[in-house]
Design a protein around this ligand. Structure first.
Ligand SMILES: NC(=O)c1ccc[n+]([C@@H]2O[C@H](COP(=O)([O-])OP(=O)(O)OC[C@H]3O[C@@H](n4cnc5c(N)ncnc54)[C@H](O)[C@@H]3O)[C@@H](O)[C@H]2O)c1
Length: 410
């Protein structure tokens, strides 16, 4: 008989997981989400008699495996918010049958399974390993990446005991082509995800800091990075930009920073990286102000191009563009916004509409659609200043056209 998998949380992580499991045909899949629109979207996306979706947690009683894919954001003060994770675990503890394998895919700091998840089950008289099994398998999905997908990205997994770890590894091996590595402890598996994303945050902060320094030195940092990247070992190129966004990179380092505080350890390096990256929207607006002054523009309209945190996707979470827009409004600039992936959030109806009404533009997202912004198009629309927050346009051609151009470190 086919096993039943319940997936709690049908967002960027849970929905593709449900889709892939159904496609593989080895399991019955139950999607559960507290948000009715998420349930409706899942029903529309996955049309199969092996799938059902609902906001009803009692369905967990039918599950052999329950996978938790709920958000793990930070609060306004950057403290980890475990609210959704705790609620999801409470629901599983209430309804799960004996022997259910609970897998946490949400990003969590080292120690969360032991300190947050297991005590919730204990409250319901359930002992880990005896009444239910517990594993952690951090999700690594990279929205918009067509080469590395849920299907082929290698995964790490660990269980509360050897049996749980082995069962969870078997589960993932049954439908993924990527390698599944079994780690020894839950804490190690939890730490891998935080370490991966913090690695990226730190490296981006490094090049963002270099960008601010090289702007003063008059060195094109992009050219430098491309030169350094010709070293075939021990260098990995990262590129500067107007800020870091998404639900992972600007969030996950805080999970470690805050947890480490309880051990008396303060992560100065990680905090510094966060501060540098958080400061990039303000740095970008600073560049704009200087160029506007140099161009002698009075009361210019600023076109903000791109509102999402990443190229060619519709996700606005933690987007630096949102912070840039706030800063522009605080500085009382007249603004017009355009994002081809967020038409209802955009004040312009098209790229042309945005360009024709702007005097200066900031590119906040490197959407493919913006690649057609040529020096000619800018000139035709009488754009006087370009702030290229993603270093994606032809700087030389734009400058030759007599338009003031400034990239980030370029
Ligand atoms: N988005 C990514 O690229 C990505 C990549 C890797 C890991 N992650 C991690 O995966 C987790 C989920 O992220 P996401 O991007 O899918 O979030 P999301 O916001 O897109 O989706 C989460 C869903 O969970 C639902 N939910 C909230 N509380 C619930 C509960 N108690 N029970 C059932 N459903 C509930 C929400 O309504 C929402 O639909 C996070 O921990 C995130 O850090 C995300």
């Amino acid at each position: 008989m086919k096993e039943t998998v319940a997936i709690l949380g049908l967002g960027y992580v849970g929905l593709p997981l449900a889709e892939l499991l159904v496609k593989r045909g080895k399991y019955h899949v139950l999607g559960i989400d507290i948000a009715k629109p998420a349930v409706a979207r899942a029903k529309k996306t996955i049309r199969s008699n092996k799938f059902s979706a609902s906001p009803n947690f009692t369905a967990i009683a039918q599950a052999d495996i329950a996978v938790v894919c709920v958000p793990t954001p930070v609060k306004r003060n950057f403290m980890p918010d475990y609210g959704p994770l705790k609620k999801a675990c409470e629901s599983i503890a209430q309804y799960a049958q004996k022997g259910t394998l609970v897998i946490i895919e949400s990003t969590i700091n080292p120690g969360t399974c032991e300190e947050v998840v297991i005590p919730i089950f204990q409250k319901y008289g359930l002992e880990c390993g005896r009444d239910y099994q517990l594993a952690h398998c951090p999700e690594r999905i990279d929205p918009g990446n067509t080469k590395w997908t849920l299907h082929n990205i290698p995964r790490n997994v660990a269980g509360c005991d050897a049996k749980s770890g082995k069962r969870a590894a078997q589960f993932y091996r049954s439908f993924l082509s990527g390698k599944v590595k079994l780690l020894k402890t839950l804490k190690a598996a939890e730490a891998t995800k935080i370490v991966e994303n913090t690695f990226r945050d730190i490296n981006i902060a490094y090049v963002n800091e270099l960008a601010m320094s090289f702007d003063k030195l008059g060195i094109d940092l992009v050219e430098v990075i491309e030169g350094a990247a010709s070293k075939p070992f021990a260098f990995m190129p990262h590129y500067p930009g107007c800020g870091v966004g998404g639900h992972c990179i600007p969030v996950d380092p805080y999970y470690l920073i805050e947890r480490a505080k309880y051990t008396g350890f303060h992560h100065p390096f990680l905090r510094m990286a966060r501060a540098v990256n958080n400061g990039m929207p303000a740095y970008t607006v600073g560049l704009l102000k200087k160029q506007i002054k140099d161009a002698g523009l009075k009361r210019p309209t600023i076109g903000l191009l791109g509102l999402t945190y990443k190229k060619d996707i519709a996700d606005q979470r933690e987007s630096p563009a949102v912070k840039i827009l706030q800063l522009l409004k605080m500085a009382r600039f007249k603004t017009i916004t355009f994002d081809p992936y967020l038409p209802t959030e955009s004040s312009a109806t098209s790229l042309q509409d945005a360009l024709s009404t702007s005097d200066a533009i900031i590119i906040a997202t490197n959407h493919s659609a913006f690649q057609k912004i040529s020096a000619r198009l800018l000139k035709q629309n009488d754009i006087r200043v370009v702030i290229d927050g993603r270093n994606m346009l032809n700087k030389e051609a734009i400058e030759r056209a007599g338009i003031l151009y400034k990239g980030i470190g370029r």
